[in-house]
Design a protein around this ligand. Sequence first.
Ligand SMILES: [Fe+2]
Ligand SMILES: [Fe+2]
Length: 364
Amino acid sequence: MDGTATQSAQHSADLLRIPPGNPTEEPDAEAILFDGAAPPPFPDLNIFPLSWRTETPKLNELYESSRDPGWNPSRLPWHTLNVEDYTLDQRYALAYWWGLLSTFDGSGPVVFARTMIHTFETHEEDPVRKCFFSITRDEMHHEEVCGRAIQTLTPGGPLGYVPETMLGKLAQNNVQWLYHNGARYWDSFKNAVHKYPLPILFTSFLMGEVASATLFNGMYKSTTIPVFKEAFRCIGQDEARHMGICIAVLERILPALTDEQRTMITKQIRAGFVFLSAVLYEPPRDFWELPPTFNDANRRLEEVARSAGLGILTLEQRRENWRNAVLKMKGLLEPHGIVFPALPEVGIDGETVAFDPEDIIPVF
Ligand SMILES: [Fe+2]
Ligand SMILES: [Fe+2]
């Protein structure tokens, strides 16, 4: 420091004055609090204020078990899927089925991500929010499997390639129609998620999880294609955990339903059944806008995919599986005074309910 700087520092120090009063004295907290004001109330549907309460300890266990799902799509044995082993039509048909599945599994990540945000906005208990986070991650994996299968079998697929056979053209047309309906589903879901209370959302999701656990279990047992067998096993395991999450929440909230909520659930089950039937069984007319060629093309494509070893169950087996899955739901819900809707497509009697495409929530 030179002479000028030393003088200037001395000058600044001289200007310092001891403040009035004793600065070492404790501030008077009561006086400060008395003058303090609370902020304005928190707006509805805001993620703040945060809290980390647990009402359903079982959900914490399920979340812990989901932290490491034990698999991921890039570790599946894709190198064993050699497209040269299949005819062109078999490749188209295999990719077609994954395209059909992606109408459902492809909506999974966005449906659950949107719902996770909703659980923050409605201040659900901490493990509910975390479970939705884990389901979103799992669904992203399932969607990735669809994409990898389609891209391996039909690069650029499902819509961005030019099929070379008639069956390939039919497959592409069918997927276009499936995605048309997927887009309609997404539009109604976006409105429904804010419209329904938690018990309704969870019953609807349970329908999707029961459906998917059933589907993947059946296909795991019957496919002969190694990479798909492993994929079905892993996805099925995830879906069973999702089902467990829904059941854990429902066990807590079902006993406290209002009559209005019970009626809503009856309608929701019918809506979920109609939507999910397209992959579990056959698409009913109630929701699905499809051309007259759809079902014939779908059956032909399924036959060819079956001949390639995909493990698609016969129509009769699917009907039986779907029926049993829905009966499980019925057993769970009826003790809580929920009237089950008629599902004549799989031979289940019940109350006839009006169908509203705006009501569809479930996916897997
Ligand atoms: Fe899924
Ligand atoms: Fe799921």
